[in-house]
Design a protein. Structure first.
Lengths: 103, 417
């Protein structure tokens, strides 16, 4: 089970409190009815599904219930950083080790 | 290829079993091939086998980054059924089911297909409505599926708890008698042996690292950890890694990859005579011929390539198993593992040509591709050989996500696939 830091609660909490809400930074068009089929497909269905660094949305369902964004490595499942909704993609990512750290 | 038979066993018994030959050869890769299949799992090997046997194309290489059948083919719960709701799905899954019947004879390899029946449980009014709708839709498509009362379900699977006091009581069940299980490894091995005997090169420990395209966009081959290998046609059958390979060719896919887990118990005497599934409490179970209970869990909620999964997912599944079968509450679980499944937005696969000439893709089988292995390979070989889909896989395009012509099995089939 993942441990996820909610940037609003400023606490690391177990995954059971959270819902994954898919890839982050996919902007919904202001004029969705005017979208071409190609653009709608890109917005609605096409996903980057990276093997490595992913930007994704999470919701602290059983906590503050707010959406936020996270950067995670999809190979090690380690979180690199979490940040509030609306904030831009972090330009520089902190380095984390993939070693398991004994607490 | 020496044929396996009772006489072969007798002959080898006489001479100390020294005459058995390698099941498939491991040649050095050639400079180029007519067709390259990326991924030596069941679907990829079946594709190569049918390219050779049905279409006479034997200048084929199957490239595998790990070992043959070591991905989802070796990680699934081996359930076979075709009781899908929509005509398109019924077409492809029943095509596969018909091929399962007789596959051991065709391959001269015992894939241990056992039509022991797949029973899907209903626990509430909605389940009854959904499953009865499936029964009727299936029968219109010529697929066997019948409705059972709780007592009939108990008769078919004696350890099942049908007590009215259960938290989720069993109120009925849908049974597909032709459904069942098969030996997953044997499927990969049998297809590999058959393909290799006809000249197909199976190259393991050879990871594809790039897809090369000519100026006109057409595929010219693949870069691998063992150098460049040329090909006129490339078929991507890479399961959880399909979108990674397709990205190398510049094609973005409507796919997300999730971990899916399964586990087995200690072996016990025969106790579960069929496959039992429940979408509502989310569990499915069967018993292998070795005696282990084979239990399938759900996917994790996040994209991952880690081939592991959260422990709470397994716990949730075992809660459901113990609810349906209180007899198993003291069983010990021996092993659990995860595989990476590629899931499409409508939970139906993609078997199609791509926007890149010479590039074909067979992916998106999500949580339930094993059952389709023979049918998938058969129609995908047709698609590659003729550069045109078989009528059975014609609806399973990539373009359906642009046109909106989805095969929305997800909402209709609830959880299990």
């Amino acid at each position: 089970m993942l441990l996820i830091r909610c940037p609003y609660c400023e606490e690391e909490r177990p995954e059971l409190e959270f819902r994954n809400a898919g890839e982050a930074h996919i902007a919904r068009s202001a004029n969705i009815a005017g979208e071409s089929d190609d653009d709608f497909e890109k917005f609605f269905f096409i996903r980057s599904n990276p093997k490595g660094i992913i930007h994704e949305r999470w919701r602290h369902m059983h906590g503050c219930a707010r959406f936020f964004n996270a950067v995670r490595d999809t190979v090690s499942d380690k979180f690199i950083i979490t940040y509030k909704a609306g904030e831009p993609k972090p330009a520089k990512l902190p380095k984390i080790s993939n070693e398991v750290v004994a607490k | 290829m020496k044929k396996y038979s009772v006489f072969a066993i007798a002959r080898e018994a006489m001479r100390g079993h020294r005459g058995w030959e390698e099941q498939w050869s491991s040649p050095e890769p050639k400079k180029d091939y007519d067709v390259i299949i990326v991924g030596a799992g069941g679907h990829g090997l079946a594709t190569a086998y049918y390219l050779a046997t049905v279409h006479g194309i034997t200048n084929v290489a199957v490239l595998e980054k790990g070992w043959l059948g070591g991905g989802n083919t070796g990680r699934n719960t081996t359930i076979i059924r075709s009781n899908y709701l929509y005509d398109e799905s019924a077409g492809i899954y029943d095509h596969a089911l018909k091929l399962w019947d007789g596959l051991s004879q065709e391959l001269n390899y015992n894939v241990m297909y056992s039509a022991r029946g797949v029973m899907m449980l209903a626990h509430n009014v909605h389940d009854i409505q959904v499953l009865k709708r499936h029964v009727h839709a299936n029968r219109l498509n010529g697929i066997d599926n019948e409705w059972l009362t709780p007592e009939q379900a108990k008769e078919f699977c004696p350890p099942l708890n049908i007590s009215k006091q259960a938290r989720y009581p069993v109120v009925g069940a849908a049974l597909q008698r032709r459904g069942g299980t098969a030996r997953h490894d044997a499927v990969a091995w049998g297809y590999a042996r058959g393909a290799s005997a006809r000249g197909v090169h199976i190259i393991q420990n050879c990871e594809v690292t790039g897809v090369k395209r000519a100026a006109n966009g057409a595929v010219t081959g693949v870069e691998t950890t063992r150098g460049f290998i040329g090909a006129k046609k490339v078929g991507v059958v890479a399961a959880g890694h399909s979108s990674v390979i397709m990205n190398m060719a510049g094609v973005r896919m409507p796919l997300e990859s999730y971990p899916l887990q399964a586990l087995v118990s200690e072996p016990v005497k025969p106790v579960v005579p069929c496959v039992v599934m429940s979408n509502t409490v989310h569990a499915y179970i069967s018993q292998s011929d070795k005696g282990e209970l084979v239990i399938g869990a759900g996917t994790d909620q996040y994209v991952s390539y880690s081939q592991t999964g959260g422990l709470h997912i397994l716990q949730h599944t075992l809660d459901a198993i113990c609810e349906m079968f209180p007899i198993f509450t003291r069983m010990k679980m021996l092993r659990s593992w995860g595989g990476i499944v590629d899931v499409t937005p409508d939970r139906s696969p993609i078997l199609a040509k791509t926007p890149v000439p010479g590039l074909y893709v067979n992916c998106g089988w999500g949580t339930g591709g094993f059952k389709a292995t023979p049918g998938s390979g058969h129609v995908f070989a047709h698609t590659i050989a003729r550069d045109d889909p078989h009528p059975i896989n014609a609806p399973f395009t990539i373009e359906r996500f642009r046109t909106g012509r989805l095969i929305d099995e997800a909402a209709a089939a609830a959880v299990a696939h």
